[in-house]
Design a binder for this molecule. Structure first.
Ligand SMILES: [Fe+2]
Length: 363
């Protein structure tokens, strides 16, 4: 069953004129709850008591509104033209919105000429050169075409991408690969992509509140107390974000708090299982884990991403390597590189990539 979402337009109290009865419903918008409530139904009289009450509500910040489906009835009954009602006019575009429209056109033209960004080929090329900047910049380009009026998280994702997706670093790699993996799993709407971008940027914010050595010691070498402390980082990230009053969507908060939950229930902090874990949290969790494993943050051994993906594909049970992301994500991960790409690398190639990762980590 689908529920029709109602849209309203705002009107001034004066637009009611001296009339006491109306062929349309009157609603009041509450800024605090962001909700519209019926005030007077059509053909019910606006008594002086109700009019006084309405004036008081407006004085306190409430806004009078009419259902958009009754626009014609309202204009005819109140003898008004559409141009007399400011809320019915197209809002003037801000400079940012004009820029967004330009970006959208430029991206559409690029897609017509070159097609959509090819995640599989793009990733293969990033791995070959051990340089993720082209993929990172591609995410930046796509997010700059995101609409400005979806929600705060999408706008924040757009802003963070513009400011931060300018270099090849650990977090930006996780953001970029999570973004394209989400698209690859058919989550292409701006709401989901905004959530995944902000979730990937913020999920490790909790590391800043832990002892420095915990972020630099391989996880498998943690003693019981250290592991307990480390496992608090999703909650710490959430705590910092709540304290700083960053306006994030509920789903984005879920991604941050549950990016270490695993499909088989062996994750943390709540041991959720299967479909009880948001698929976007599993995506961010899987991508973070692959990069962490590659950079030796799990077992202390640096190894190329291709080797990690190969271990995952072949389900080679290796200490600290996690596979439990559910079938959809697992299939997507092991197929993001073609068979050819995943074939065993030349030993010298593997050593060269490992050396490059080590050098980048030192830098
Ligand atoms: Fe984490």
């Amino acid at each position: 069953m689908t529920t029709k979402v109602k849209n309203y337009f705002h009107i001034e109290f004066e637009m009611l004129k001296d009339k006491k009865i109306f062929p349309f419903h009157l609603y009041v918008y509450n800024r605090v709850s962001d909700k519209y409530s019926p005030f007077i139904f059509a053909n019910s009289p606006l008594t002086s008591d109700k009019a006084n009450f309405l004036e008081m509500i407006i004085e306190k910040g409430g806004i009078l509104a009419v259902d958009e489906t009754q626009k014609r009835t309202f204009l005819m009954a109140q003898d008004l033209k559409e141009e007399d009602v400011p809320s019915l006019q197209e809002p003037e575009l801000t400079e940012l919105e004009k820029q967004q429209i330009e970006n959208q056109k430029a991206l559409e033209n690029k897609r017509k000429e070159e097609g959509e960004y090819n995640f599989q080929a793009g990733l293969a090329s990033c791995l070959k050169d051990n340089n993720f900047l082209p993929m990172i910049l591609s995410v930046k380009e796509e997010t700059q075409a995101f609409s400005m009026r979806v929600n705060h998280t999408v706008s924040l994702a757009r802003h963070l991408s513009l400011e931060l997706l300018v270099e090849d670093n650990f977090i930006n790699r996780i953001v970029a690969v999570s973004y394209y993996l989400a698209k690859n799993c058919d989550m292409k709407d701006e709401l989901a992509l905004g959530d995944v971008i902000c979730g990937a940027f913020f999920c490790h914010l909790g590391h800043t509140q832990m002892d420095f050595h915990l972020s630099h010691k391989p996880h498998l070498e943690f003693d019981y107390e250290e592991e307990k402390k480390y496992k608090k980082h999703p909650g710490l990230a959430q705590h910092i974000l709540n304290k700083s009053k960053v306006d994030l969507s509920g789903r984005c908060k879920v991604i941050i708090s549950s990016h270490h939950e695993r499909y088989d229930g062996n994750g943390y902090p709540t041991n959720r299982m299967g479909s009880h874990i948001d698929i976007l949290a599993l995506i961010v969790g899987a991508v973070s884990h692959i990069f962490e494993f590659s950079e030796g943050k799990v077992n202390g051994r640096v190894q190329p991403i291709k080797s990690v993906l190969r271990l995952m594909k072949n389900k080679v049970f290796t200490a600290g390597l996690e596979f439990e992301y559910g079938d959809t994500i697992y299939e997507n991960i092991i197929n993001i590189l073609s068979e050819n790409e995943l074939e065993s690398e030349d030993k010298s190639d593997e050593e060269k990539v490992t050396e490059e990762i080590e050098q980048r980590l030192v830098a």
